[in-house]
Design a protein around this ligand. Structure first.
Ligand code: 0WD
Ligand code: CA
Length: 382
């Protein structure tokens, strides 16, 4: 797959070379009123089992079952089982949009029945993973990690799929044992906080298998863009104040214990932005954090209501703003619509961003970056 420079309109050699448009990411450019964001509605659910097999049901959904106090007693040991009770998903297996597309294909009759005037088989402007949108939302404030997003227009819908950057790949392949244990501790925390049945109790003695996942598929709208995306959800609260999905879902997180107001401020500035973006997008109403002590135990639990996070950061002038994140995302989606106009699953535009630069793109025809599987194109063309 060769990279083609976009056509040069006019083509006069005397004129300065046409440069493809880019999208700036400075926060000040997006500091306006919060854009319209429709309350996300759950369209469907699916599960991935211990062998990473797809099931069109909620068999992997777990139930929030926290301890009675904010200081778990007996203490959770997050390191327990790391050496001998850990089955890790093979992360070199690039799945792309595969499982989400399986859900779309499996629901094509219903999606078609909701069809719009444009006659699209999927009545949405964008189909993607929630995690990809989280990265877009946090872009104006991100200073460490760039991203690469592949985009194809197929039968009126833009599909967005992440491509691993060389830097991310290197990080993944060279991840230290300490970082791997830290990742394990996050999954282990889920085992202490969730039960397999609505009235059950957690059984933290079992195996942690990161192949297993429960995903919700939600539909929403940002400004003029209709979105259909899926996200992995940790559990639902059968006794919560919001009984309906997706508000009933609870996101579980672990974080290093905070000892000072300065540490808390830094946590609000750098970590809470990611937690907020991830849960706000699908309408998950609560995030429950377990703060890790140096010995690997959970020193305290703290609940963050997603819709109240903006109140925690409002007083800090140097902090991120939810409106900037959402306005940037809206502008990015408009940019995709403007650039990707040829309906062709074999044509891929690769949008690249690195901190300190604007978003740019390259155009690729055929093979190398194509990400919509043949089976999907076939199924949705019928
Ligand atoms: O193969 C790939 N390139 C990717 C696959 C990249 C990103 C995600 N995925 C898959 C995940 O395996 C999962 O099935 O997509 C699904 C999750 O999508 P999402 O909800 O859009 O992703 P995100 O919001 O980034 O992550 C949600 C949770 C994570 O929880 P924390 O609390 O750490 O944010 O999904 C899990 C993880 O538990 N997760 C993954 N699990 C296995 N492999 C991965 C991954 N690569 N990424 C996230
Ligand atoms: Ca989580």
């Amino acid at each position: 797959g060769a990279t083609e420079a976009p056509a040069e309109p006019g083509g006069s050699p005397k004129r300065s070379r046409w440069a493809p448009p880019t999208l700036p990411t400075e926060p000040s450019l997006y500091d306006g009123p919060f854009p319209f964001y429709r309350r996300p509605a759950e369209e469907g659910r699916f599960s991935l089992d211990a062998q990473r097999r797809y099931h069109p049901d909620a068999r992997q959904l777990r139930y929030f079952a926290p301890p009675p106090a904010e200081h778990p007693d007996p203490a959770f040991d997050l390191r327990h089982g790391y050496r001998d009770r850990y089955v890790r998903r093979d992360e070199s297996e690039r799945e792309g949009l595969e499982h989400l597309l399986q859900w779309v294909a499996g629901n094509r009759d219903r999606l078609r029945a909701q069809g719009d005037a444009a006659g699209r088989p999927v009545n949405a402007d964008f189909v993607t993973w929630r995690g990809h949108l989280t990265k877009v939302l946090t872009t104006p404030y991100e200073s460490q990690e760039g991203w690469l997003l592949a985009v194809s227009l197929f039968r009126g819908t833009l599909y967005v799929s992440e491509v691993e950057t060389p830097a991310a790949r290197q990080q993944r392949e060279q991840r230290s044992d300490m970082l791997q244990e830290l990742a394990y501790m996050g999954y282990k925390f889920e085992r202490y906080m969730c039960a397999d049945t609505p009235d059950g109790s957690p059984d933290p003695t079992g195996v942690v298998n990161t192949n297993e996942a429960f995903c919700t598929v939600v539909r929403t709208r940002l400004g003029s863009h209709s979105l259909l995306f899926a996200g992995e959800v940790d559990c639902m609260d059968p006794r919560g104040a919001w009984p309906e999905a997706p508000a009933c879902y609870v996101e579980l997180k672990t974080c290093k214990e905070l000892h000072s107001p300065a540490q808390r401020k830094s946590f609000y500035r750098h970590k809470l932005i990611k937690w907020w973006a991830q849960s706000f997008l699908p309408g998950v109403s609560r995030i429950v954090a377990g703060f890790r002590a140096p010995d690997g135990s959970v020193a305290a639990l703290e609940t963050f209501e997603t819709m109240k996070i903006f109140q925690l950061i409002r007083g800090d002038r140097g902090c991120w703003k939810p409106a900037v994140c959402m306005n940037f995302c809206e502008a990015f989606l408009a940019f995709l619509k403007r650039v990707v106009t040829e309906d062709d699953p074999q044509l891929v535009h690769l949008f690249a961003w690195e901190p300190g630069s604007p978003v740019s793109y390259t155009r690729h025809q055929g093979a190398e970056h194509v990400f919509l599987p043949a089976w999907y194109v076939e199924t949705m063309s019928g």
